[in-house]
Unconditional design. Sequence first.
Length: 107
Amino acid sequence: METTLTWTPVARLADIPRLGSRVVATAGGDVALFRCADDSVFALDDRCPHKGGPLSQGIVHGYAVTCPLHNWVIDLASGEAQAPDSGCVNRRPVRLEGDRILLALPA
């Protein structure tokens, strides 16, 4: 069965500092929204693939976040852990409309 997704406003760009994050609680679990220095926005499940650490509490640098527990570096665009580590975080569809951040959530 295919799930229908609805673009849902969850924040404004100004709600997230540059190189910062914000957590959005969803029915499917917490999602971390990340804002990069160039105002691009990414959304990942808020769980590191290593030990489940809260990625939203990590340090954002470039287009990556470093997990606060064990320093795994996660690529924000792909969700992939950077070598030498391996693993992947579930990416969530996100987009900007003006200054609004929309997240694709199950209808």
